[in-house]
Design a protein around this ligand. Structure first.
Ligand code: PLP
Ligand code: COI
Length: 363
């Protein structure tokens, strides 16, 4: 299909796509990468045209959720370079999930080749620098073929597709969100909460809908054992700035080890000289000590949290300091703003870094 990019607009098959208006939805791009594992080995993989997968009805991915996925973004830098952010960590995390679900690991070479090919061959779909949108990359690994009993699949597909996306939460850029503590648990202490497996998310759909019906952007999960410690949001990790200026994030065996939170924790320590800690966080005990809170992830980026619904009421973050200003849309705290600017600046190639986080492709 003919795609033409001009300023903030792209024409696809005669229909205009406005980068500035994109939400987080699937948009079909031209090509996707697909590799197959059979008889104990991966094939080379190739780019294919069709977004439709034809699966055996006995596929364990369909019955028993033997599947995992990843999420990362490709950005267009000011100078036109195409940048990925720490894709090796997505490869590592996919292989951890593969081990947990008895699936074959995807060698890092195959993972990166698939991601790079899917991004590069769809480069006309990468939103331009400064548009506020970017190209979301969705690698996935699924168990296919005819099975019936509870056994691992005999064949697997590794697929990578891409889609241009705007902000995950409705508001563009750095805008506050709200969370509602869920009465449902996301993950058991020794379950699969720390792996990016589809089953965790199917179980979270109802919690997300319930949170939205309560007027929140997203569900917040507390630990399943004591219903006390913060785990994470439905699609993002949690960060809090305490009144004494530390950045903390929950230590829990049930949360996804997020690439974004790991990066932000490091930036806070190295660039803002903040004390940082990953430790259990008791929501009710510690809430009044939070000066700022945020939800972070590839899709969520870093979204400040304005209010949380728990114990039958909306609890406002830092009401003491911010008072009534927080009502309505809420305000963005200074630390969240600084961390957001640093993170996004690095991801877009605007701020130099010497960690080796940026992975330029097609150069
Ligand atoms: N927690 C959950 C449940 C997620 O789905 C995500 C998003 O991928 C994250 C946390 C953040 O992880 P990352 O920063 O690697 O995207
Ligand atoms: C991501 O942030 O990459 C995710 O996978 C979250 C998903 C629910 C959109």
């Amino acid at each position: 299909m003919q795609a033409v990019t001009r300023g903030m607009e792209k024409k696809i098959g005669g229909k205009a796509l406005n980068w500035a208006e994109l939400g987080f939805e699937y948009i079909r791009t031209d090509l996707r990468f697909s590799a197959r594992w059979r008889d104990g080995q991966w094939d080379e993989g190739r780019l294919i045209d069709s977004e439709i997968m034809s699966l055996h009805e006995g596929s364990p991915a369909l019955h028993y959720a033997q599947e995992c996925f990843e999420g990362l973004k490709a950005q267009c830098a000011r100078d036109g370079r195409v940048l990925l952010f720490r894709p090796e960590l997505n490869s590592e995390r996919m292989n951890q999930a593969a081990g947990r679900l008895l699936m074959p690991e995807v060698p890092i070479e195959l993972f990166l080749r698939g991601v790079e090919a899917a991004v590069w061959e769809n480069r006309a779909w990468i939103p331009p620098f400064g548009s506020g949108a970017n190209l979301y990359v969705r690698p996935m690994l699924i168990g296919v073929g005819g099975n019936l009993g509870l056994m691992p699949a005999k064949e697997f597909e590794f697929r990578v597709f891409v889609s241009p996306v705007g902000p995950y939460y409705k508001q563009a850029g750095l805008a506050p969100i709200t969370l509602a503590v869920s009465a449902m648990d996301r993950a058991a202490p020794h379950g699969t909460g720390n792996f990016k497996v589809g089953a965790n998310y199917a179980g979270g759909l109802l919690a997300t809908r319930t949170a939205r019906q309560q007027g929140a952007s997203e569900a917040l999960y507390l630990d399943a054992a004591e219903n006390r410690y913060i785990d994470e949001a439905g699609s993002a990790n949690i960060l809090a700035v305490t009144r004494d200026g530390s950045l903390i994030t929950p230590r829990s065996a049930a949360v996804l080890p997020g690439v974004t939170r790991r990066s932000i924790m490091q930036l806070a320590a190295d660039r803002l000289n903040m004390p940082t800690a990953e430790r259990p966080i008791d929501l009710r005990e510690e809430f009044d000590d939070f000066a700022e809170m945020g939800a972070c992830g590839t899709a969520a980026v870093l979204s400040p949290i304005a209010r949380i619904w728990f114990d039958g009421a909306w609890q406002v973050i830092n009401r003491r300091e911010l008072g009534n200003k927080i009502h309505g849309a809420g305000v963005v705290g200074p630390i969240m703003q600084e961390l957001y600017d640093l993170l996004v600046g690095i991801q877009q190639g605007e701020i130099a870094e010497d960690y080796g986080w940026i992975h330029a492709i097609g150069t």
